[in-house]
Each structure stands twice: as C-alpha cells, then as structure tokens.
Design a binder for this molecule. Structure first.
Ligand code: NAD
Length: 314
C-alpha cells in the first residue's frame, strides 16, 4: 500500500488519481489546511482509497498511519512561499519538521522508500541557467526553499544511516486544474474582483518553467519505475520558460475580457524571497525517456482555461 501525505492537495490529489489508475491501494494523510475533500470525492466509493485526517506534526498519528505502508509519497507542506516574509516558523514546521516525522515513522514501521516533492526554490538565485541537479553551492533565498533543502538533507541522512531508498523531485512551477495558489490563480481572482484592471507584482520579466500537474505526476511515477539508485535526484520541468507578463496576457486572452489594463507594481521580484528567474535543466529527466506533453505556455493556457471555469470568473 502507498501513503500519500498531502494527498488532498492540488498535486497530491492528481497523484492519488494516477496511483488508483495503476490499481494501487492508497492511504491519504492530510490535515486539510490547504487540501480539499472535494478533490478526492470521486474516490468516495473506492475501497482502495483510505483518507486519514491527521497532522504530520503529530508523530503518534503519523506512526499509526504508516502501518501496512510499503511506499511513501511525501507531498504535504505549506505551499505559500510568500508567507515566510511574515511568519518565520511555518516552513520549518510544515516542511522540515513534518519531513522528520515522516522519516521517523518510516523507520519505526520499517518502510523502505520515500518519494519527496522538493522544489526549484532550493537553488535560490542560481548562477547557472539552466540549472542542473549537480549545481552548487545551493543557496536558497526563501524560508520555503530552506525548508525543502533541510528536508532533502534529512532524507539523504536517512538513506545513509538507515538504508532507505529515496527519490527527490525538484519541481518547477506546477500548474493545472484544482490549483489553489500561484500566479495564474491569483490573476484570475484579481480579474474576478476587478475585470478592468490586472496588477502584476514586479516588472513582469520574472521567468519560470511551468509544468502541468499531469506531466508532473506522470514524470514522478516514470522515475520511480526507471531508476534504482539508493538516492535519485531529478529536476522536473519542461525545459523552457514563460514570463509573468506573458502569463498575464494569456490569462486575459482566456478570460475573453476585452478592456483589461495590465499594470506592473515594479521591481525585479514579486516579493522578498521571490526568485526572478528559474530555469531547470531537465536533461536527466528526458534521458529516462520521459517527454512532457505540454511546454510552459501550453501548460499555462490550459490551466488558465480550467481555473477560469473552476473559480467561476463568468
Ligand atoms: P497544496 O497546498 O495543494 O498541497 C499540500 C497538501 O499538504 C495540502 O493538502 C495540505 O492540506 C497538506 N498539508 C500541509 N501541511 C500538513 C500537515 N502538517 N499535515 C498533513 N497535511 C498537511 O500544494 P501543492 O502545490 O499540491 O504542493 C504539493 C507539494 O509540492 C508541496 O510539498 C510543495 O511544496 C511542492 N511543490 C509545489 C510546487 C507547485 O508549483 N505547486 C512547486 C514546487 C514544489
């Protein structure tokens, strides 16, 4: 049986769908802080899906949930990178300490493998673009990035000390249906409030890779099937980028609103700790034979179209 922490979240719920499609039995552990029961409601009558409402910071509950589990997909975390500019212990607790509890519960229950959702945020303002997995020194500039790097370090220590196997996936920006945060989500909410004006944080030149949630989940599963190192580290992205100003144009196009004035707040980053440009080298992923089905612009456009319907812009 597979355990998915954060399985009621945006990416986690897509992963649960994919595992169920593969015929797996799945336990979801989620505290529903940003996850939603409705993202899993289509599994309501499926005996292969068990949902546990628990907090990863409660070690006893995590040890209990880990019983009978063979494989852990650890996706639960605070998704809001910006929050770290105001609250300084959220990422430490929901990121690094939560990961410690997952690993400790694995050790106690003798669970042998973890697949972890890390982030391009660990690289900070990398000097090498595109940035490959062996880039260093790794110097994150956000509290979220630090919490992911801390989690990666704990996982590698568990591999070295307790002999588990680990897959570390460093995600680009992931977008798609059920998204509950991020730039496309924010733009649609802003247009819902005021259909005549769209404020873009920064100068719009920020540039990142955008991978669809479907490609993200399929690439994770592809890596699990095609690599067997004790610790496998992969960048997951599309091999191209899209600027924030282009995203604002795409969202406006998809909204079919005709009189929107796009205004920039100015400055090179959206907020303190925002990395203006991230561009992951995904050669290692492509070498496994995985090919993303959409590039960044296509992923952004498809996401804008789905979220406009989900959020009810019209
Ligand atoms: P999300 O907020 O939708 O999912 C996180 C889930 O974890 C939610 O369901 C939330 O309720 C749950 N959770 C949070 N804290 C918990 C706790 N203490 N105990 C139990 N459950 C808890 O976010 P997402 O975008 O689906 O992100 C999934 C993972 O991918 C996260 O680890 C995130 O850091 C990582 N990631 C996401 C992106 C992206 O672009 N979305 C990029 C890089 C990395």
């Amino acid at each position: 049986m597979d355990l998915v922490t954060g399985g009621a979240g945006f990416i986690g719920s897509h992963l649960v769908d994919a595992l169920v499609n593969e015929g797996k039995k799945v336990k979801v552990l989620d505290n529903f802080s940003s996850g939603r029961m409705e993202f899993l409601s289509h599994h309501d009558t499926n005996d292969n899906v068990e949902i546990i409402n628990a907090d990863l910071l409660d070690l006893v509950s995590v040890i209990d949930a880990m019983k009978g589990v063979e494989f852990v997909h650890h996706l639960a975390a605070n998704p809001d990178i910006r929050l770290g500019t105001q609250v300084t212990d959220t990422d430490l607790k929901q990121g690094t300490l939560a990961t410690y509890n997952v690993l400790e519960a694995m050790r106690i229950n003798e669970v042998g493998t973890i697949s972890f959702a890390s982030s391009s945020a660990i690289y900070g303002e990398a000097q090498q673009m595109p940035t490959s997995e062996d880039y260093g020194p790794i110097v994150p500039i956000s509290l979220y990035g630090a919490s992911k790097l801390g989690s990666e370090a704990l996982i590698s220590a568990w591999v070295g000390t307790f002999g588990i196997r680990a897959y570390i996936h460093r995600f680009a920006n992931i977008v798609g249906p059920r998204g509950t945060h991020g730039v496309i989500f924010d733009f649609i909410h802003k247009l819902k409030k005021d259909p005549t004006r769209l404020e873009v944080l920064g100068d719009g030149m920020q540039e990142k890779s955008y991978m669809s949630a479907e490609d993200c989940v399929q690439s994770m599963l592809h890596i699990l099937k095609n690599t067997s190192d004790s610790i496998s580290i992969f960048n997951l992205g599309t091999g191209d980028t899209c600027s924030v100003s282009r995203i604002s144009e795409i969202v406006v196009e998809e909204s079919k609103l005709s009189e929107v004035s796009i205004e920039y707040s100015g400055g090179k980053r959206g907020w303190a700790g925002d990395v203006p440009k991230t561009y992951l080298n995904v050669d290692k992923l492509l070498a496994t034979g995985f090919l993303p089905t959409s590039n960044s612009e296509e992923a952004v456009r498809n996401t804008a179209s789905s979220l406009i319907k989900e959020i009810g812009l019209f």
